[in-house]
Design a protein around this ligand. Structure first.
Ligand code: GAL
Length: 838
């Protein structure tokens, strides 16, 4: 605990009685961890996440200091009320069939000691969904309609020192405000800041590395200092750079006369700099301290990386001078069964799964991300396109951001850049996705304005847009106003765009939109099949929206357009909402009907909502990774189909694959020489059989037993995979992704539940109901199974397996110790595992 936190600990009287001092201690322990997720942090930051009061519905006088809120539900934020459910088809399936709309109030009581009277006090939200209005002690303090943007509000004037204060937050998210599940609530972190009158404000530093050689890196740190005294003051700004081990590698001390708001540029040099890279993401920390009369009055930490980025029309994207092909994913911001309430570990797991598929790039579709995901990408070495808007002035949904665009776009865009500009992972600013202005004659005007704002805030990164019309935005000169052209779903036009516009740089900002359900195979393989089960077959032949196409088509297009920067597939994970192809479109409102209820989440991911890989995950892995791998599909449980021919597909990055059924070879297939024909459609008009070189296949008469693929390079076995026909379900297998977690009240362990037969074979069609008992130092965070049609709550201690798998997520309490998890199911051998928290 630092000095300021200690002061607050002793002087701040929470509204809870003293006998609940334990809670207060928790508050402090939260404080110590709360800042991990932010890229910049100040000693003024205090965790303000605990002990909020919550009430849904319209409340008269909800902001009043006299309101009796003693019966309100007590909770900690980040909180997403919509994920609590229930699912119902009165809510649009497009936003997840969950209660994402309606009014709700959060209130928090707190006391700040009289000793802080001369300080500057503010509250910072990393985002509140949606249309937030904030009052302090009944006085309106400010608002922020955009739920994805962080904002800070000054409280100083209306704080009652030494007395009870109440912050009241009203949220009024509307139905169909997004085309996906937005979540609802104070779903990101909140901080209280108690600053000296002279301090480094929110988004107070901007670090750039203008000159990098092997010997030296020049680090430029623009530091803002605010002075809330009436007259100018003299201070010393001390800036220290520490490497990843905490060793000081450079420092500077400058005397500054601070007027009201002063910006000071500090140039430091680091010798033998370690570069931030995809393979070795090294981070440095700048510590900016302000001293007045030799007393430390503020300290502000900024994490950054030293790296160069360049976009070259001939060589693509260069990181530290080396070409990196972008193997990217678009991701919405939900965390599957956990909803949108931000959790660092949930984000980290998502990106680790993506990395294991070969992903090196992320597009934060279609909104400013949480600070946590950028931190994760900084740490893991994943480059990011940070996107601002899905709508400008022209709306796509009845209650979209277009309602606020005129009044808020400039502030929202500037704040997004100010907050995220120090992340080495961030390589581009996207000013929009499929904005409808792209086909309008004067659409270039907004494009130019937004582009100029980005450059004004940060001229070290290019801008981009994801265009889905072609050639409209090129004809009306709109595309010319962004630095880099992203194309959504036009793989065969990259070269044409480059030829017609020789100075442009292009990439696939959204690709494929293939859909599938994990572990589901429909035979025979049918083109554009809309199945009565509301599931999509994992043979992954084109099923999706009209613009969708198989991943293979994009792989091929990227190979044929070597100047393209790469692709961002839609989407890395399934997400809540947008259950295409099971959801009809209502053109009059551009909304979606629930005509295919109960589909409530998307089928787009190569990884399902629970984080389990589908077959398509391995198709991407075969294209994006080098470590030898091979994958085979479908499952091998086709009772009743004995003797019938089953299509067997193999995905590999090796040279050739041999297929064996019960030990008998069905021959080797060579990648690049042997092809698979898949029914396909490409961009509305090209229908037919598509010859893909990315999949190897055999037609095999079914006989139960073993299905095995062996991959070879230069005739030598490099990988193999075997599937066996399973007997009936007999036992449960539990595997935790981490068996030692942090006892910080936030850390998660993801436990995979696998149904096996008596011989330990995976049972691919098992759907047994599994019940969980969690004992010891953890609580239930969520359950899931990746079934996009399940309407069961994510928050009860039971789940049916979906095609043999389900998931339990447990959250550590703040006490270390043992966590005992027992899974039982009627007719199955139960299972217990022990985890630890520390
Ligand atoms: C795109 C859109 C995405 C998603 C996707 C589904 O046009 O940008 O947000 O809706 O289609 O295929």
């Amino acid at each position: 605990m630092n000095k300021k936190q200690q002061q607050l600990f002793f002087k701040m009287k929470l509204r809870i009685p003293y006998y609940k001092i334990i809670l207060l201690l928790l508050f402090i322990s939260f404080s110590c961890h709360s800042q991990e997720s932010k890229n910049d942090k100040s000693i003024a930051d205090l965790n303000f996440n605990t002990d909020w009061l919550f009430q849904k519905g319209a409340i008269k006088e909800g902001a009043s200091i006299d309101l009796n809120d003693t019966k309100w539900r007590q909770l900690n934020v980040p909180h997403d009320w919509a994920i609590e459910g229930p699912f119902d088809n009165k809510h649009n399936a497009r936003t997840g069939g969950l209660p994402v709309d309606g009014e709700a109030w959060y209130r928090k009581h707190f006391t700040i000691s009289k000793k802080n009277k001369n300080k500057c006090i503010s509250i910072e939200f990393d985002g509140a969904m949606n249309e937030a209005k904030v009052w302090l002690n009944g006085v309106f303090i400010g608002e922020r309609p955009n739920g994805y943007i962080g904002f800070e509000l000054d409280l100083t004037e209306h704080i009652k020192f030494g007395k009870d204060n109440v912050i009241a937050v009203q949220l009024s998210p509307k139905d169909l405000a997004a085309r996906w599940y937005p979540g609802a609530g104070i779903y990101r972190n909140v901080r209280l800041k108690i600053n000296e009158p002279i301090h480094i404000p929110q988004y107070g530093t901007f670090v750039t590395t203008p000159k990098i050689t092997k010997e030296n890196a020049v680090v430029n740190i623009e530091t803002k200092i605010e002075n809330h005294h009436k007259k100018s003051e003299n201070v010393v700004l001390k800036t220290v750079i520490k490497n990843a081990n905490g060793t000081i590698v450079s420092m500077n001390s400058s005397k500054i006369k601070v007027e009201k708001a002063t910006t000071k540029n500090i140039e430091l040099t680091i010798s033998k700099p370690e570069l931030w890279d995809i393979t070795n993401p090294v981070l440095y920390t700048a510590v900016s301290s302000i001293y007045k009369n030799n007393v430390l009055i503020d300290e502000y930490l900024t994490e950054f990386g030293i790296r160069t980025i360049a976009f070259d029309k001939n060589n693509g994207f260069l990181l530290n001078g080396k070409k990196v092909e972008l193997n990217g994913v678009c991701l919405h911001h939900d965390q599957g069964p956990l909803g949108t309430a931000i959790n660092y570990r949930a984000k980290e797991r998502q990106m680790q799964i993506m990395q294991s598929m070969g992903v090196n790039a992320l597009r934060t579709s279609h909104n400013p991300p949480s600070p946590e995901i950028l931190k994760v990408c900084d740490k893991l070495g994943i480059v990011v396109i940070v996107e601002a808007f899905d709508e400008w002035k022209l709306g796509k949904v009845p209650n979209g951001y277009n309602r606020f665009f005129d009044d808020w776009h400039e502030k929202d865009l500037r704040d997004m850049i100010k907050r995220d500009c120090n992340h080495p992972s961030v390589i581009m600013w996207s000013i929009g996705n499929e904005i409808l202005e792209q086909s309008k004659k004067d659409g270039w005007q907004i494009t130019k304005k937004l582009n100029d704002i980005c450059h004004d805030e940060d001229n070290s990164r290019p801008t981009t847009v994801g265009f889905n019309y072609y050639p409209a935005p090129f004809k009306n000169n709109l595309a010319q106003y962004v630095d880099i052209v992203g194309m959504n779903y036009w793989p065969e036009n990259y070269n044409e765009i480059l030829t017609k516009n020789p100075n442009m740089i292009v990439y696939g900002s959204e690709t494929s939109s293939q859909t599938s359900s994990r572990g589901v195979y429909h035979l025979p393989i049918k083109f554009k099949e809309k199945h009565e089960t509301n599931h999509v077959s994992s043979y992954d032949v084109t099923v999706g929206p009209p613009w969708a196409y198989a991943p293979d088509i994009e792989f091929d297009a990227q190979e044929k357009a070597p100047k393209s920067l790469g692709e961002f597939l839609w989407t890395g994970f399934d997400y809540l909402g947008e259950p295409t192809p099971y959801g009809g479109r209502d053109n009059s409102t551009n909304g979606y009907w629930n005509d295919d209820w109960p589909s409530r989440s998307s089928y787009f991911g190569p990884v399902d909502l629970a984080g389990f890989p589908k077959d398509r995950y391995y198709l991407y892995q075969s294209q994006w990774t080098k470590k030898p791998m091979v994958h085979v599909l479908p499952h091998w449980n086709w009772e009743g189909k004995e003797g019938e021919e089953i299509p067997v597909f193999a995905y590999t990055n090796a040279e050739e694959v041999e297929l064996f059924v019960n030990g008998k070879s069905y021959g080797k297939k060579v990648k690049g020489k042997d092809f698979t024909m898949i029914p396909s459609e490409y961009h509305f008009f090209k229908k037919g059989m598509y010859k893909t070189k990315y999949r190897l296949s055999w037609q095999v008469p079914y006989q139960p037993g073993s299905l095995k693929v062996v991959a070879y390079n230069k005739g030598k076995k490099v990988a193999e995979k075997e599937i066996k026909t399973a007997d009936k379900a007999a036992k449960i297998k539990l595997t935790a992704d981490r068996s030692l977690i942090n006892a910080d009240g936030k850390d998660l362990s993801y436990i995979t539940v696998k149904i096996e037969d008596k011989n330990g074979n995976f049972v691919p069609l098992a759907n047994n109901l599994i019940k969980f008992k969690i004992e010891g130092k953890a609580t239930l965070a969520a359950v899931g199974n990746g079934d996009p049609t399940s309407l069961k709550s994510f928050q009860i201690p039971e789940r049916n397996a979906f095609n043999g798998l389900c998931l339990l997520i447990v959250k550590a309490t703040e006490k270390s110790g043992e966590i005992k998890i027992t899974a039982t199911s009627k007719g199955l051998e139960s299972k217990t595992i022990i985890l630890k928290s520390k």
